[in-house]
Design a protein around this ligand. Structure first.
Ligand SMILES: Cc1cc2nc3c(=O)[nH]c(=O)nc-3n(C[C@H](O)[C@H](O)[C@H](O)COP(=O)(O)OP(=O)(O)OC[C@H]3O[C@@H](n4cnc5c(N)ncnc54)[C@H](O)[C@@H]3O)c2cc1C
Length: 429
């Protein structure tokens, strides 16, 4: 008999197991009524990470602790609420059990909110040789690569080697790619010349490569144009409508035959969910789990999927919803209300997405906003972006820390977070 995870039995209440403590899982865990359900929240990490600001950690603008929050702290003093740091590896829908690396966890209701992984579109070589930006640890790897390249550039005697170290390539022209390229351009102009006065920053190259016909393809054309114009003005070299064929260190080969030499290649070209073993293959489309309006996974009554991993196809949304935070939050809010209502005999209500608009920042004083019919950019959009992000960060201490870092950075054109800290290898874990 296989091991059963050590979770107290709640004899009177049904158990809701939530896999994933990201936007959707956390919202679900907050809103579900613990008087009526026992809740078990599991995640690979013991903390929540606010992905929209990962790029700022990667570019030394924020500390990792400012955008992360311990899951246990969030649910202190909650009765019949259990957090387990473990990885779900398989679902057994016949037995209503989740298999994890700490043993089986039984459920009455299962909520899958496992988000996405980086999508390399089947090119494993790119996975091995480029830097991704999907977690706090990956953002620290980018930060270290960036700072190490600058340190090494100081010592590079061979002009070819210098060029490889002093060129930065961002692959993917969605919001993350645009924000990362914009932040690098800000660093090049403001902070780095002060730290490295011996380097000629006119020689630093920032490339942004995008296979789509325009940057920020999910936003309006007006916003795309504005972003392209601003980034170009800030010195970013944009390769539009061109795909990356390969990266064999240090050569990035583009579909148009062009080659860029760089040791700093950041892959932010897309995301895709990782299928969960045990869920029937017919429940998947494009790796996402097909759900109905109640977020029930196709073929199951008590298994739900939320957020990036869920695909709700309807007349209004023939391609499903965008993989963004608002969809994850709203799906979780609806499902929590439905399960809370169920104990009172109320029927489920179908999910309706309320689009609150999209924002992306290009760097200092520059952002774009699509709010319904209104599309605007510049300082107003940037202030709105700052406000929305500050309000979305979990934890008052974190909000204050981010506000202080941003204000300090804005007024001093400086930050003191450019530390190159590398983990020491240990056999103790
Ligand atoms: C760099 C970046 C920038 C972004 N910027 C924006 C933005 O500006 N605005 C916006 O709206 N959206 C943005 N997004 C998208 C947004 O972050 C996602 O849409 C949102 O996080 C989806 O929420 P989720 O709950 O589905 O998944 P996530 O928030 O990704 O949470 C998934 C959780 O599941 C855990 N997990 C995964 N597999 C397992 C497993 N097998 N066992 C246990 N735990 C598991 C993970 O550790 C993670 O904590 C960005 C994404 C990235 C990567």
């Amino acid at each position: 008999m296989k091991q059963i995870a050590n979770i107290p039995d709640s004899k009177k209440k049904e158990r809701v197991v939530i896999i994933g403590g990201g936007f959707a899982g956390l919202e679900m865990a907050k809103k579900i009524d613990k008087q009526h359900y026992q809740v078990v929240l599991i995640d690979k990490n013991n903390y929540y990470q606010f992905q929209p600001l990962l790029y700022q950690v990667a570019t030394a603008g924020l500390e990792p602790s400012s955008i992360s929050y311990p899951l246990r702290k969030m649910f202190q003093n909650q009765k019949d609420f259990h957090v387990r740091m473990c990885e779900a590896t398989r679902i057994d829908p016949e037995e209503n059990k989740v298999e994890t690396n700490i043993g089986y966890i039984a459920y009455d209701y299962l909520v899958i909110a496992t988000g996405c992984d980086t999508n390399y579109f089947g090119n494993d070589a790119l996975k091995e040789s480029t830097f991704a930006l999907k977690s706090v640890s990956e953002s620290l790897l980018i930060r270290n690569r960036l700072l190490l390249s600058l340190e090494q550039a100081l010592n590079a005697k061979d002009p070819e080697e210098f060029k490889e170290l002093f060129s930065f390539v961002v692959i993917g022209g969605g919001a993350t790619g645009v924000e990362l390229a914009g932040a690098l351009a800000d660093m090049k102009k403001g902070i780095l010349p002060k730290d490295y006065p011996e380097l000629d920053f006119n020689k630093m190259e920032i490339h942004l490569i995008d296979a789509a016909p325009r940057l920020l393809a999910a936003m309006s054309e007006k916003s795309s144009k504005k972003v392209t114009k601003t980034l170009t003005k800030r010195g970013v070299i944009i390769h539009q409508g061109i795909h990356v064929e390969s990266y064999e260190q240090p050569v990035v080969s583009l579909g148009n035959g062009q080659k860029i030499h760089s040791k700093n290649v950041f892959w932010v070209a897309g995301v895709t969910p990782k299928p969960m073993p045990g869920i029937d293959n017919t429940a998947y489309e494009r790796n996402r789990m097909l759900v109905n309006e109640y977020n029930q996974v196709k073929g199951y009554k008590n298994i739900f999927a939320l957020g990036d991993t869920a695909l709700l196809i309807s007349e209004k949304t023939p391609k499903g919803h965008p993989q963004v935070a608002q969809v994850a939050l709203q799906m979780a809010q609806r499902l929590a209300k439905n399960l809370n209502g169920k104990v009172k005999g109320r029927p489920y209500i179908g999910f309706e997405y309320k689009d609150k608009g999209s924002l992306a920042t290009i760097g200092r004083n520059a952002a774009v906003a699509d709010l319904g019919k209104f599309h605007f950019g510049g300082t107003v959009a940037w202030l709105l972006w700052l406000f929305v992000h500050i309000m979305s960060i979990v934890g008052m201490r974190n909000r204050v820390a981010v506000l202080i870092d941003w204000a300090w950075n804005y007024f001093n054109y400086d930050l003191s977070l450019r530390l190159l800290i590398r983990p020491k290898k240990s056999n103790l874990f």
